[in-house]
Write a protein that binds this ligand. Structure first.
Ligand code: IMP
Ligand code: MG
Length: 171
């Protein structure tokens, strides 16, 4: 396993994203919609860097199973998210093909929010198979499979405080 982003690098980026969101959503009481499960660590840190009132809600999608190749959204739960008439921000751990984000954007837009933006900590550019706009982006990373800071490989490694690239020895 090779560390790609250290705890310090991540913390600094989350502070920057939090400051941007705080400025843009002053007096808007936005809803941050976390995409389970990968968002949990990022969202928990991001919330505490946002200095304006906001709410949180969750959706859950799964596409990867135990593998490392995105096959699109296979399952999605929207729970009781209702963003009609609200400003909303989808909070994603990582955008790879963009299929998950494309799907969520479509579903959530139907609820007629006042606005719907996207905040993603990690973006694998060039790999996008769906047209997605990422309004608040943390790091552009290579196309390698990464774990840590909430991201898993078959439910392992979510607890790592840094982001690392896995190789076959980590299986
Ligand atoms: P997409 O639909 O291909 O954009 O994939 C998005 C989802 O796949 C993310 O929300 C993650 O849950 C998962 N994912 C994509 N790349 C990685 C990775 O490198 N490590 C762990 N999970 C990943
Ligand atoms: Mg995810």
């Amino acid at each position: 396993m090779k560390i790609l982003l250290t705890e310090e690098q991540i913390a600094e980026k989350v502070r920057t994203l939090g400051a941007q969101l705080s400025a843009d959503y002053r007096d808007k009481n936005p809803v941050l919609i976390g995409c389970l499960k990968g968002c949990v660590v990022f969202l928990a840190d991001l919330m505490r860097e946002i200095t304006v009132p906001h709410a949180i809600d969750f959706v859950r999608t799964s596409s990867y199973g135990k593998g490392r190749v995105s096959t699109g959204v296979e399952e999605a739960e929207i729970f009781d998210v209702n963003i009609r008439g609200r400003h909303a921000v989808i909070v994603e751990d990582i955008v790879d093909t963009g299929l998950t984000l494309g799907y969520l954007t479509e579903v959530l837009t139907k609820q007629e929010p006042l606005s719907l933006k996207v905040c993603a900590l990690l973006v694998k550019p060039g790999a996008h198979r769906a047209p997605v706009t990422i309004d608040y982006r943390g790091f552009d990373i290579p196309a390698d499979f990464v774990v840590g800071y909430g991201l898993d490989w078959g439910e392992r490694y979510r607890d790592l405080p840094y982001v690392a690239v896995v190789d076959e020895q980590d299986a």
